[in-house]
Write a protein that binds this ligand. Sequence first.
Ligand code: HH2
Length: 283
Amino acid sequence: MGDAARVWRHRTGEITLDRTRVMGILNVTPDSFSDAGRYFDPDAALRHGLEMVEQGADLLDVGGESTRPGSDPVTANEEWRRIGPVIHDLANKVDIPLSVDTMKPDVAAKAIDAGASIVNDVSGMREAAMVQVVAGSRAGAVVMHMLGNPKTMQTHPQYDDVLGEVSSFLVERIRALEAAGAATEAIAVDPGVGFGKTREHNLALLRNLDRIVALGHPVVVGVSRKSFIQQLDGGESGERLSGSIAAASLAVAKGARIVRVHDVRETVRAMRVADAVLRGEKL
Ligand code: HH2
């Protein structure tokens, strides 16, 4: 247990956490829950990545496999076919760090070779081979909690103590990474909003996020456009931006330092205000 983390180390440098960092989502998939197919074409994905950089993203998270509830896995070959060219091109064109959103050690290793600096694994690096890839390459890590797997995770998720169980899982995975040689400062954690959680579980995790922050690692939160937002905000149009920004702002007030979002421009502006309220106007 320690103070909120101040830096996040990764393979090619470090990200200071004196202000909220915005991680732009780049889904090179035909079936993601929110932006299905929009950036499946590598040129469209590259354009969108560059656009998010211009809008102020601090890092980009590139994924080639949807993990929406009920989704089927794709093969490592297919996943790499989708994201390989995009990561190569972005690594040559942008200065901000790239993370790869994958559960597969082979894909993570190739992405690192192609220029990614961080591995974001929604399965929490449960596979020993993933731990080895991350520790061996000195990549930054996002260790996320998920109950089960995407196919079944939303079928009656149950916990005796959601905060306690998510925290214990994260601590166990942090230890596994450290035992394999990963630097403590390279490991960020994420409670995994929507991954095997009911609406009440999601709200309890966000309300008590300070308990995850107390683990002493940078906390990443992904609430952007998730279905619990629409269940709560009363909107019928499908517009989820206002609710996403409300949830991200409150997560940041509880100590989250990195927000994973689809709407970079709007979130960057909102986080400037949130940061000024929380930490003063030194921006
Ligand atoms: N959520 C999604 C995917 N990856 N990674 C982290 N660390 N935290 C999250 O909350 C998270 C994540 C799901 O969102 P999205 O990528 O938009 O959808 P899909 O999985 O359908 O591609």
